[in-house]
Ligand binder design. Structure first.
Ligand SMILES: *Cc1c(COP(=O)(O)O)cnc(C)c1O
Length: 457
């Protein structure tokens, strides 16, 4: 069939293994340091927060890790996800390029995040954990983990950034529907939250504060509660590789191979999910797909940040890792792509950008929404503001191919739908959105506060 639009795998094609980039990456993993001693952390330190199976995955260099049957059973509720050829968008752009997108918005929470929430809940369940704690900003991660904890019968405490708790109630109600308990952070339930409220009683919260609260609750629970993170960590990126493994098979069904693979980056998990299996093909099987990570100009960690050791959170309680960072005291502008407002980046994505194996670009907010609306009109799906960064870059590739008269095959990950993000669209459509470039001076200022580690950066 030459005019096929949708490439659909069978349940039996669901991947049986996650792929670990560290087996093939030419850049070795960098050490993870304790935020207090600044010495490499031990599995013992991590075991306060995570079950041993996930710690072993975090430090593993095995190429493939088997996906447990219990996890695959739950994946089957929405996987394999479809790959579509954006024929109507191609026509609207008048481009000779072929544009494909992998659609992760078909999951119960509407994004790629359940791909890691499900195994994280599973490994905690079999380790005897009673409850998980986590933070959430706009709520995509909280909703995904709430779904997964409910499936495996775990309690879940979510520390939700207060401003989002008040302004974005719908995902909160999703979390509550799945049975999670949601607190507006900063709360008076933790030492850190109380200290924040003592100095700033009207504090509307931040992701950094919420992380610190969720970590404190798990760390002081005598092992009953563990902490769960939705991006950045190696095991999270690895769980997301089901996206790229399926996409490889689906591109095969389409009888094409991508010249360029594109994903948006916040902490780097959905990008790694689609890109790392294609990077394996570059490194081992002579393929030459360009891999492009797309970030907002308001949070330009890969394109303007420094590649160095920094704390994972604002309160300096999370481990120190080597990554592209804008500084742990980074204060994000109020852009609508809430899922992309992190000061750092997954260490493996950072290392591979530094080594020149992954390209990074930054795009502005208004141009991003313009791409989102163009995509919605052509393809029907209203994309998440985060995912729209990947769409912007994909459209730019298609227009470049048109200008050069090239047939180019473009694949991007549509990490989620935007059905709960209508306020952002309302702001765009009424002309209220503004562009924001994070200032160089602010980055320089933050770089003076990096941890002084003895390992050479
Ligand atoms: C959370 C989120 C992101 C950003 O997180 P990554 O770890 O960089 O993938 C991107 N898209 C959507 C839809 C999200 O919910």
């Amino acid at each position: 069939m030459t005019d096929q639009t949708r490439f659909q795998l069978n349940e039996s094609d669901l991947p049986k293994f996650w792929y670990n980039i560290y087996a093939d990456s030419p850049v070795a993993p960098t050490p993870v340091l304790h935020p207090g001693t600044m010495e490499p952390v031990t599995p013992d330190f991590l075991s306060v927060l995570f079950p041993m199976d996930l710690i072993m995955q975090e430090i593993s260099t095995e190429r493939y890790i088997e996906i447990p049957e219990e996890v695959r059973e739950i994946y089957k509720l929405y996987r394999p996800t479809p790959l579509l050829r954006a024929r109507r968008l191609e026509k609207a752009l008048g481009t000779p390029a072929h544009i494909y997108y992998k659609y992760e918005g078909v999951s119960p929470s509407g994004s790629h995040k359940p791909n890691t929430a499900i195994p994280q809940a599973f490994y905690n369940k079999i380790a005897g954990t009673k409850a998980l704690t986590t933070e959430t900003g706009a709520g995509q991660w909280g909703a995904s983990l709430a779904f997964a904890c409910n499936v495996f019968g775990l309690d879940l405490e979510i520390y939700m950034v207060k401003v989002s708790y008040q302004q974005k109630p719908y995902r909160r109600h999703m979390m509550e529907t799945y049975g999670a308990t949601v607190y507006a952070s900063p709360t008076d339930r933790t030492n850190y939250g109380r200290s924040v409220l003592a100095t700033t009683p009207n504090n509307l919260g931040s992701l950094g504060i919420a992380i610190s609260e969720a970590v404190e609750v798990a760390a002081t629970s005598n092992g009953a509660k563990k902490y769960s993170l939705g991006s950045v960590l190696n095991h999270v990126l690895m769980h997301q590789t089901v996206i790229g493994e399926e996409a490889l098979k689906q591109m095969d069904m389409a009888n094409e191979y991508p010249d360029v693979v594109i994903g948006c980056v916040g902490g780097g998990s959905n990008f790694a999910g689609i890109a790392y299996p294609f990077l394996r093909e570059n490194l081992k099987n002579g393929k030459r797909a360009r891999l492009v990570a797309v970030e907002p100009t308001a949070t330009p960690s890969l394109t303007k940040g420094q590649y160095t050791f920094d704390y994972g959170d604002t309160a300096k309680m999370a481990p120190i890792v080597k990554m592209h960072t804008l500084g742990h005291d980074f204060m994000p502008a109020g852009i609508h792509a809430g899922g992309l407002r992190y000061h750092g980046m997954a260490p493996s994505v950072s290392a591979l950008v530094d080594a020149g194996l992954i390209d990074a670009v930054a795009v502005r907010q208004k141009a991003t929404f313009e791409a989102a609306v163009q995509f919605a009109k052509a393809e029907g799906i209203i994309p998440a503001p985060e995912s729209s960064h990947a769409i912007r870059a994909a459209i730019d590739e298609a227009l470049d191919a048109k200008a050069k008269g090239e047939k180019r095959v473009i694949l991007f990950n549509l990490s989620g739908h935007g059905n709960f993000d209508m306020v952002a669209y309302e702001n765009y459509l009424s002309g209220k959105l503004e562009d924001f470039d994070y200032p160089e001076e602010a980055i320089k200022e933050s770089m003076s506060k990096l941890p002084q580690v003895s390992i050479p950066a």
